[in-house]
Design a protein around this ligand. Structure first.
Ligand SMILES: [Zn+2]
Length: 182
């Protein structure tokens, strides 16, 4: 079911988005077989490192190699969730061992867990009960810097201004009225 949860549009640098245009979208994982296929094809050295993931607007998990840009993994579109994810082979199947909402390109709220868990459940992949590392992002209203809030310290790392404690509306995608110009 599409449209569950909040949608996040890309808020990172435009040059990263432009360079991502030629990169294929992330691999869709709709079943344990999809995940097996992807991990079998991936560089074995990558198995110990987290992969880049997004949850696309069809609520499907998409994977890309580590250090890939989330915006490339998402095909440039909006997402329901984004971050990093790691798997381990347990009891004869791949399970999620680590998963975060760490994506400075999309700055998803920790509440995006609902979409992430939903996509993993839909694909039949076992996962933790919450993000193993949840990140709080806030954009500075003074200088525009995207900050990663640590230890409830709502201060901009660049200019020292106070960061909003509520979710900043500009980090959240607007409904369909917000058409991008092409
Ligand atoms: Zn600032």
């Amino acid at each position: 079911m599409a449209g569950v949860g909040r949608r996040y549009r890309y808020v990172g640098p435009a040059d990263v988005q432009a360079s991502a245009a030629d990169v294929p979208e992330g691999w869709p994982v709709r079943s344990p077989v999809d995940l097996d296929t992807y991990l079998a094809a991936a560089d074995p050295r990558d198995h110990d490192e987290p992969f880049t993931y997004v949850i696309d607007l069809d609520a499907t998990l998409r994977l890309a190699p580590r250090r890939s840009e989330h915006v490339a993994c998402a095909g440039g579109g909006e997402v329901l969730g984004a971050g990093e994810i790691a798997f381990a082979d347990e009891r004869g199947g791949w399970v999620v061992t680590e998963v975060s909402n760490h994506s400075t390109g999309y700055c998803p709220d920790p509440t995006s867990w609902t979409a992430v868990a939903g996509a993993l459940d839909k694909a039949g992949i076992c996962h933790p009960e919450c993000f193993t590392a949840a990140v709080v992002f806030r954009r500075c209203l003074d200088c525009g810097e995207r900050n990663l809030v640590r230890d409830d310290d709502y201060i901009c790392a660049l200019c020292g201004a106070e960061l909003p404690e509520d979710v900043e509306p500009r980090l959240v995608a607007q409904p369909s009225t917000d058409q991008r110009s092409r």
